[in-house]
Design a protein around this ligand. Structure first.
Ligand code: 3HC
Length: 296
């Protein structure tokens, strides 16, 4: 089966980006949300991002009418829906909802009943076991992780995660889908955090523990890693960018499964900020204050 129609569940930070790159890859996309306001906000972000990409293409010398037409064609391939039944005939459904394993398992159990028998399922989870969601879906051999990075439109990687039960042809199709979305795909096993987050999240939490100890200010820690290592963002700025709630959810999931792993220690300042509703860039404040995409 060739993948033509793609469903994306969730039109938030990751979901809107996945819907967009899939449409840019030529796929027909249905993006499903629970409330109109979430759909409007996600589709609005896609409009802004497409306008920005068209502007960049024009700056680089593309004819303006061609760049604008291309954006309009991409946008026309995306439909928003508040009815999960609209995912029933998709060839691939990618989940990008809240980072809560029980909610994800419940969703996949529903999709397993709803979607045609050939549909491949993928989760964009940052850290939960793919096998647990695969089992809940009732079709574990047709299940992979497709882990994109934020901002999806700009980050060039996708991790394609296989479990012991993923069929070779399903893994190959998922990988080809990621590449058609313009990404470089790497394959990996279903281990905590896969490749990137297993390395990145402990690095981010170590920077917060360093902040708590008073070893350096947030700005100095970030500057150190940007200029000392050539990273585009420092670890604390990146925690704000990823979302403090998401970072905390990842660590909490790992602590539950691996209570004796010191690399998964949860910084108290992260818990406090999340309790205060300071979730980073998306709420306008985390460890820094933000105005839109710009750190203040
Ligand atoms: N769509 C289209 N254009 C976009 C965009 C989007 N979504 N987001 C930003 N842009 C544009 C900007 O408007 C800007 O345009 P301009 O040059 O005309 O001003 C251009 O892209 C570059 O953006 P910035 O000016 O902000 O400049 P940077 O060079 O700093 O690039 C960045 C931004 C790519 C985000 C870079 O800072 C970066 O790579 N940061 C690290 C991000 C990262 O590590 N992500 C992974 C997080 S981990 C993760 O996602 C996993 C999860 O499971 C936790």
């Amino acid at each position: 089966m060739a993948i033509k129609k793609v469903g994306v569940v969730g039109c938030g930070l990751m979901g809107h980006g996945i819907a967009q790159v899939a449409a840019q890859g030529g796929f027909t996309v249905v993006v499903s949300e629970t409330e109109q306001k979430f759909l409007d906000s996600g589709l609005g972000r896609i409009d802004k991002s497409l306008a920005k990409l068209a502007e960049k293409a024009i700056e680089k010398g593309a004819p303006a009418d061609q760049a604008k037409q291309q954006s309009a064609d991409v946008r026309a391939r995306i439909t928003g829906s508040l009815d999960r039944k609209s995912l029933a005939d998709c060839d691939l459904v990618v989940e990008a909802i809240v980072e809560n394993l029980d909610v994800k398992k419940q969703l996949f159990a529903e999709l397993g009943q709803l979607c045609k028998k050939e549909t491949i399922f993928a989760s964009n989870t940052s850290s939960f076991p793919i096998a647990a969601m695969a089992a809940a879906s009732g079709r574990p051999s047709q299940f992979v992780g497709l882990h994109f990075f934020n901002p999806v439109q700009l980050m060039k990687l996708v991790e394609v995660v296989r479990t012991n039960e993923t069929k070779d042809e399903v893994f190959a199709q998922a990988r080809a889908f990621g590449e058609a979305c313009g990404k470089v795909a790497i394959g990996c096993k279903d281990t905590p955090g896969f490749v990137v987050n297993r390395l990145l999240v402990p690095y981010m939490s170590q920077s917060l523990l360093m902040l708590e100890r008073g070893d350096a200010t947030a700005a100095d820690i970030d500057t150190a890693m940007k200029l000392g290592c050539g990273y585009p963002m420092g670890p604390i700025e990146l925690t704000d960018y990823v979302g403090l709630d998401t970072t905390l959810a990842i660590l909490q999931g790992w602590v539950k499964a691996y209570p004796n792993e010191p690399a998964f220690k949860i910084p108290a300042c992260l818990e406090t900020k999340v309790k205060e509703g300071k979730l980073g860039r998306k709420t306008g404040e985390g460890f820094y204050k933000w105005q839109g995409d710009k750190k203040q």
